[in-house]
Design a protein around this ligand. Structure first.
Ligand code: FAD
Length: 390
């Protein structure tokens, strides 16, 4: 039986079939075949989620990284249509040659464009939204194997901008972009308390502001990134000192496999939530070596976005593989929930459907649009099925 596993290797699955599609025609045929054989089908991106979104034991998993590249670009309108299986790193240069760049990116650029929009993947920035908020149109293969398109304003577009892979196989996405731009980053170490006192100014004065707090050293590494007219400097300097095009400066390298929990809290409560996590680490989890990450994301109107209707701060905690991460993550989750937290869709959390519904005002609407396009749950795995409202 084939084996699928996620990036960290912590999640694995034994699907009855593991497909790799290279064309939309192939995707349509594979969806029809899955339906005919009574198997559900989940689409895999680059497998960088820590949540069990793709795993589909005894059923079908479809990898569409063969559908990659830019379909068309509109530099004047600042939009491009790209194939859903495109990795973010491969789109960077391609869009740059059209004079375009993503408004923001996450910590890494290994994911696919359909994958980052599935979970509301984000970077950091006072005024910068997540990837799902940049989706202006999408094209998918539905449960009947037919191609469906949704444009800005359609209910399907509204729901499926953050899609969790549950509406069908996204073959193409239209994304709002910016004219290409250059960035320069700076970084430094400082004691946590000093950093906390400077949070508001740091967020207000920079395009991108973030920090990692290392509990063992009790020191934080602050990184700020701002636009520049300076020429790119190659070879790129080490992270924290680069000056180049946006797609070259924004991503970092994260080679060490780990697990991660991340919660968003309203921006005004970000400092207090971080302080509560720091207290937990200083008193109960004194052996944890991995850092705590602090970022900001701007409010949006994407139904299941953690930034729906509110500017947020995101706080991430990490542990290496091989350790039982549950005690630490459950203790962190309790803190985050006390600050009206919403979990990242692609990372570890322990909430069930009812708990998620209480945190997402558009939960029922999202499911109702989803259930209309896929009433039989062809695109649901057991995990997503367990979240579905009764
Ligand atoms: C090292 C590391 C760093 C990370 N950094 C960040 C970060 O900075 N910010 C952040 O917000 N998150 C971050 N993440 C989380 C990551 O961005 C998300 O989990 C993202 O969704 C992974 O995308 P993927 O392409 O790997 O998709 P997968 O993990 O393979 O799948 C994610 C979801 O997308 C769906 N999907 C994928 N392709 C399609 C398609 N064509 N059609 C329909 N559904 C599809 C899947 O079914 C699934 O529901 C990080 C993860 C790791 C491991």
């Amino acid at each position: 039986m084939p084996r699928w596993h996620n990036w960290s290797g912590k999640l694995e699955s034994r699907p009855a079939q593991l497909h790799f599609a290279r064309s939309e025609a192939d995707v349509r045929a594979l969806v029809r075949a899955a339906r005919h054989s009574g198997r559900s089908i989940r689409t895999a991106g680059a497998a960088h989620s820590h949540a069990p979104l793709v795993a589909n034991d005894d059923q079908a998993i479809l990898d569409i990284q063969g559908l990659a590249g830019v379909v068309s670009a509109d530099p004047d309108g600042c939009r491009a249509t790209v194939w859903g299986g495109s990795r973010i790193f491969a789109l960077g240069n391609a869009l740059n040659t059209h004079g375009l760049g993503f408004a923001n990116q996450g910590d890494i650029d290994q994911q696919t464009i359909a994958g980052v929009t599935a979970t509301g993947t984000h970077g950091t920035g006072r005024d910068l939204k997540n990837f799902s908020a940049a989706v202006t149109g999408l094209r998918l293969v539905d449960a009947g194997g037919d191609v469906v398109e949704a444009r800005e304003g359609d209910p399907l577009w509204q729901a499926a901008r953050l899609h969790l892979g549950a509406f069908g196989v996204l073959t193409q996405l239209e994304i709002a972009l910016l004219p290409r731009y250059r960035l320069k980053e700076e970084s430094w170490n400082a004691p946590l308390e000093e950093v906390l006192d400077g949070i508001d100014a740091g967020i207000a004065q920079n395009r991108h502001y973030e920090f990692f707090w290392y509990p063992q050293a009790d020191s934080a590494r602050v990184k700020i990134i701002n636009e520049t007219d300076q020429d790119p400097v190659y070879p790129l300097a080490q992270e924290g000192e680069r000056c180049a095009w946006s797609h070259e400066v924004l991503p970092s390298h994260r080679p060490v496999p780990h697990t991660e929990m991340e919660y968003s809290v309203p921006r005004a409560r970000g400092r207090a939530a971080l302080e509560a996590v720091a207290r937990l680490l200083r008193t109960e989890f004194t052996e944890v070596q991995w850092p705590v990450e602090f970022r900001t994301v701007a409010a949006d109107d994407v139904w299941l976005s953690t930034a729906f209707g509110q500017d947020i701060v995101t706080i991430s905690v990490h542990l290496p593989l091989g350790e039982d991460d549950a005690p630490y993550y459950r203790a962190c989750e309790e803190i985050f929930l006390g600050f009206d937290g919403r979990p990242h869709w692609g990372k570890v959390h322990y909430l069930d459907g009812e708990q998620l519904a209480r945190r997402h005002p558009k939960w029922e609407d999202w499911w109702s649009v989803r259930d209309r396009i896929d009433p039989d749950g062809l695109f649901l795995n057991p995990y997503l099925g367990s979240l579905r409202p009764a």
